[in-house]
Design a protein around this ligand. Structure first.
Ligand code: S3P
Length: 431
């Protein structure tokens, strides 16, 4: 199969959530362009509407207008769908409100840990009642918060962002240290809006102005959301595995806290260039030019993991076509993503004839030249579906996916885009 043409990945999921949330807390009307239309971002919009924010429908083209007014007590439970970012960041926003709200989610989200966020929020003074232990549903009643200095045990942008948003809505200072730097979109957006965010001795510090009312401090804004590097990674992966050709992926966010996969791919011998580097609302953006290359194995270090945490599925797929054994160190966090990605990556690779194994918190993948053939259980996890669909594009492959609909979470047009960049070759099928 050869690749060809030009694609634009959908809007960045992380930035879309944050843009909607900050617009909802702002004073006045904000205009957001390029928002992701995926189901996760729609979950954030739905929850914010339940809290009284007026958000125009999120459609493929055009600008979304957000009219903010003071957020208020919801009439029913806040359903966060499949979206961990919605649940965890909203807990931060709700920690600064004086009304109770109950959050829940789908079966996958209700299995994901929440104490990583609720414990520090409790320390700040939020009252949180658990329905079922360390999981959703949860009821939170915010109020008068205290400032917090916190070292997170996990490098997680969701934890960090929840605490920064609690500082913002509660009008208190928050200082956070993380073991490794996770994606910094919240920090960049707060700084871009002129809110009190800075770095001090390696810690991230939010300092409120003298007013305790967050609405008084968040200005209405306009933002153009860049394309999602994590979605682009699947297209880059398809190009790397092709027999020839060249693929241009336009308007990709290349924030270094998100592009660890490009660093690892360069080590593996893939050829990806960044061109037209520019800035969009405090975020670096570029076009990527990706070409096929002979891949070799590598070791992904623990420090690199936060910069590529959502790209482990596609990198593991690429490792299965590389020469030698690739090791991903300290990827235990993958157990608590939309599925148990650590076990499912390994099990699905094995189902396709690849040697792969989770050993403790490390993932080992041995490359092969044999065509992958067999059935993949995606567990309705969008990133597993996309990664294995890419593996299904190699010559002689016969990859059957248990479902394909989950791609709507982060990349609704994924299968259409994957088809459009291919010149010959067969696709994956449901099975
Ligand atoms: C996200 C942070 C990451 C990532 C998720 C989105 C965010 O999760 O896996 O897809 O937008 O903050 P963790 O914070 O749990 O690592």
């Amino acid at each position: 199969m050869k690749v060809r043409g030009t694609v634009r990945p959908p809007g960045d999921k992380s930035i879309s959530h944050r843009a909607l949330m900050l617009a909802a807390l702002a004073r006045g009307t904000s205009q957001l362009e390029g928002l992701l239309t995926g189901a996760d971002v729609k979950s954030t919009a739905r929850v914010l509407r339940q809290l009284g924010v007026d958000i125009a429908p999120i459609r493929d083209s055009g600008t979304v207008t957000v009219h903010a007014s003071r957020i208020s007590h919801p009439a029913s439970r806040l359903h966060c769908g499949n979206s961990g970012t919605t649940a965890r960041l909203m807990l931060g926003i709700l920690a600064g409100q004086r009304f109770p709200a109950t959050l829940t989610g789908d079966a996958s989200l209700r299995r994901r840990p929440m104490r990583r966020v609720t414990e520090p929020l409790r320390t700040m003074g939020a009252e949180i009642t658990e329905g079922r232990g360390d999981a959703l549903p949860l009821t939170i009643r915010g109020g008068r918060l205290h400032s917090l200095t916190y070292a997170t045990p996990v490098a997680s942008a969701q934890i960090k962002s929840a605490l920064l948003l609690a500082g913002l809505t509660g009008g208190v200072a928050v200082t956070i240290r993380e073991p490794y730097r996770s994606r910094d979109h919240t920090e960049r957006l707060l700084a871009h809006l002129g809110l009190g965010l800075h770095e001090r001795d390696g810690a991230i510090v939010y300092e409120p102005p003298s007013s305790r009312d967050a609405r008084a401090v968040v200005p209405a804004f306009q933002l153009s959301v860049p394309g999602d590097a994590s979605s682009a990674a699947f297209l880059v992966g398809a190009a790397a595995l092709a027999q020839g050709g060249e693929l241009v992926i336009e308007n990709v966010g290349v924030n270094p806290t998100r592009t660890g996969f490009l660093v690892v791919l360069a080590r593996m011998g893939a050829r990806v260039e960044r061109v037209n580097l520019r800035d969009a609302g405090g975020e670096p953006v570029a076009d990527l030019v990706a070409r096929p290359g002979a891949l070799r194995a590598t070791e992904v270090t623990a420090a690199e993991v936060p910069t590529l945490v959502d790209e482990v599925p596609i990198l593991a797929v690429l490792a299965s076509r590389a020469e030698g054994e690739t090791v991903f160190r300290e990827v235990g966090e993958l157990r608590v993503k939309e599925s148990n990605r650590l076990e499912l990556i390994a099990a699905n690779l094995r189902a396709l004839g690849v040697e792969a194994e989770a050993r403790g918190n490390d993932l080992h993948v041995c490359g092969t030249t044999r065509p992958p053939r067999g059935r993949v259980d995606t567990a309705r996890d969008h990133r597993l579906a996309m990664a294995f669909a890419v593996l299904g594009t190699v010559l002689g492959a016969d990859v059957r996916l248990s479902e394909r609909a989950s791609v709507a979470i982060s990349y609704p047009r994924f299968f259409a885009d994957l088809k459009s960049i291919r010149d010959g070759g067969r696709g994956t099928r449901d099975g």
